[in-house]
Ligand binder design. Structure first.
Ligand code: 5GP
Ligand code: ZN
Length: 111
């Protein structure tokens, strides 16, 4: 999608700090981190959100990438994965992404 910032990051048209990349997905550090580790995992192809018909192989690649982010970032003590979906969840970038948050005690609360 031509005006999508995450499509541009996926194509390396906009710089980002890449943590992991393969044919289907890319993981890069969030510009405005909410935790000591805050990395985004996105499919290279554009889907508006997790409920936009994302193929199973892409979802599997994202799960693999989350594991690689945790390994590279040393998140042995745990981490949280969040996928904001739609307006009520505060999704601001309409290209499906998963937040990987960690590097501190996040606690038991979800929100
Ligand atoms: P959302 O609110 O849609 O779930 O999350 C979007 C995330 O993308 C936010 O955490 C925001 O900081 C991040 N973000 C927005 N634009 C950019 C950018 O150009 N580069 C990077 N690395 N992160 C971005
Ligand atoms: Zn996009």
């Amino acid at each position: 999608m031509s005006d999508c910032i995450f499509c541009k990051i996926a194509q390396h048209e906009i710089p980002s700090t890449v943590v992991y990349e393969d044919d289907l997905v890319i993981a890069f550090d969030d510009l405005n981190p909410q935790a000591p580790v805050h990395t985004l995992v996105i499919p290279k192809a554009h889907y508006d959100s997790i409920v936009d018909g994302v193929p199973g192989d892409v979802l599997a690649a994202m799960a693999h990438a989350i594991g690689e982010v945790a390994r590279v970032k040393g998140l042995d003590a745990g981490f949280r994965v969040i996928t904001n979906t739609g307006a009520d969840a505060g999704q601001t970038v309409m290209h499906f992404h998963m937040h990987v948050l960690g590097g501190k005690m996040l606690g038991e609360g979800l929100i």
